[in-house]
Design a protein around this ligand. Structure first.
Ligand code: PMP
Ligand code: GLN
Length: 385
């Protein structure tokens, strides 16, 4: 039935359903092992579930304060003090959001005015550019340089115009599995200061950085974090992507603007999970063990794939492993991932979708946040291709 309404002038006419939804649906349709959308297939901590239950029974079921439950914001502040030895004010600098997604959307919409340019490094997580466009801004896409997906800082500096307002970084990078080094952040500090830029730092995978590397949070760099919002995801850190809870850290003046948007997008985030996470955060090993946990999964997946014709790319962060397939096929990556899902029952993500120009490097992304059994079965199938 055609609905009767005035014509809708789409604000995002070029946007379809996200690749994560498309590939997960295809995996279900063809009964394929789903290494596409990034989410764990193993259970989360029972202790954390019990804590949520505990707080629900004690009637923590009404609206949380708009910026987040104070207890959780204080525990986040304590965590940062413990891990990077810097003090962030729980009341004025920390905001709980409905996932990193809402934090990023709120940050970009707080910062960007119509016509202003935002620099994004491709391959980029798919929400940055649409969020910029909904704010009336103009995404300016630069490409990270292969093989290690590094930022070309000279190119970055020459892309800055009078209209450039914000730069988005994603460290560790989804889908690339690359990380930024201390030198990168020093370069960024210098350029951001000279051109007076704001920085949105997506650090959803902060605890998934593999030895010998260490996560270089923007929060470690006082001059940079003064002009930045850092965005984090509890869904990633505690293996519970369906909980959609994250947080933003920014100086008071920036936080004030961010909350102006947040209060009309989500207003607040569910109370019992905030209370439970606050308790859970008191034990540092709950998040400090993550690097080792996922490094083992990455190494297992790589070992299982040794007999295959796929060629792994370096993965120093995130729970995604990129694989080149040029030894197998010259199909475009979108067709390759569809063909593999239908005919070899393993779903992956084509990386060209993360490029504004749809750059096809013949690379697929595989999520290794999966049980040993899932990874073993998937690798068996992939080794036969
Ligand atoms: N940024 C990146 C790079 C991500 O991969 C994701 C999620 N998968 C998000 C942000 C969104 O995180 P959340 O699920 O907490 O909204
Ligand atoms: N971040 C997850 C990924 O990269 C998916 C998030 C989503 O489905 N929106 O796979």
């Amino acid at each position: 039935m055609t609905a009767s309404h005035p014509p809708i002038n789409s604000k995002l006419p070029e946007v379809g359903t996200t690749i994560f939804t498309v590939m997960s649906a295809m995996a279900a349709e063809f009964n394929a092992i789903n290494l596409s959308q990034g989410y764990p297939d193993y259970p989360i901590s029972e202790e954390l579930i019990s804590l949520v239950h505990h707080y629900m029974l004690r009637n923590y079921n009404q609206y949380a304060p708009m910026p987040g439950v104070p207890f959780l914001r204080q525990e986040i502040s304590n965590k940062i003090q413990r891990t990077i030895d810097r003090a962030f004010d729980a009341d004025r600098e920390i905001t709980i959001t409905a996932g990193a997604t809402e934090g990023l959307y709120a940050a970009l919409n707080a910062f960007v005015h119509p016509g202003e340019e935002v620099i994004i490094f491709d391959p980029a997580y798919d929400l940055y550019a649409p969020s910029v466009k909904l704010a009336g801004g103009v995404p300016v896409h630069l490409e990270l340089e292969l093989p290690n997906f590094t930022i070309n800082w000279e190119e970055f500096e020459s892309a800055i115009t009078e209209k450039t307002k914000v730069v988005v970084i994603n460290n560790p990078n989804n889908p690339a599995g690359s990380i930024l080094t201390e030198e990168d952040l020093i370069r960024l500090t210098d350029i951001a200061e000279r051109y007076d830029l704001l920085v949105v730092s997506d650090e959803a995978y902060e605890h998934m950085v593999y030895e010998p590397y260490q996560h270089q949070s923007i929060l470690k760099f006082p001059k940079l974090s003064q002009r930045a919002v850092a965005v984090f995801s509890f869904g990633k850190t505690f293996h519970a992507t369906g909980w959609k809870i994250g947080y933003c850290i920014a100086p008071e003046t920036i936080t004030k603007e961010l909350r102006r948007v947040h209060q009309f997008v989500a207003f607040s985030v569910n109370t019992p999970i905030q209370m439970a996470l606050a308790d859970f955060l008191k034990e540092p090993k709950h998040y400090l063990s993550l690097g080792n946990f996922f490094k083992q999964k990455r190494d297992l997946f790589l070992k299982l794939m040794e007999g295959s014709r796929f060629v792994p790319m370096p993965c120093n962060g995130t729970y995604f492993q990129l694989m080149k397939y040029e030894n197998i096929s010259d199909l475009p990556d979108t067709e390759m991932s569809t063909w593999m899902t239908k005919h070899h029952a393993v779903a992956s993500i084509p990386t060209s979708v993360f490029y504004n120009r749809k750059t096809d490097n013949k690379i697929l992304r595989f999520c290794f946040a999966k049980s040993t059994d899932t990874l073993t079965k998937a690798a068996e199938k992939l080794c036969k291709i």
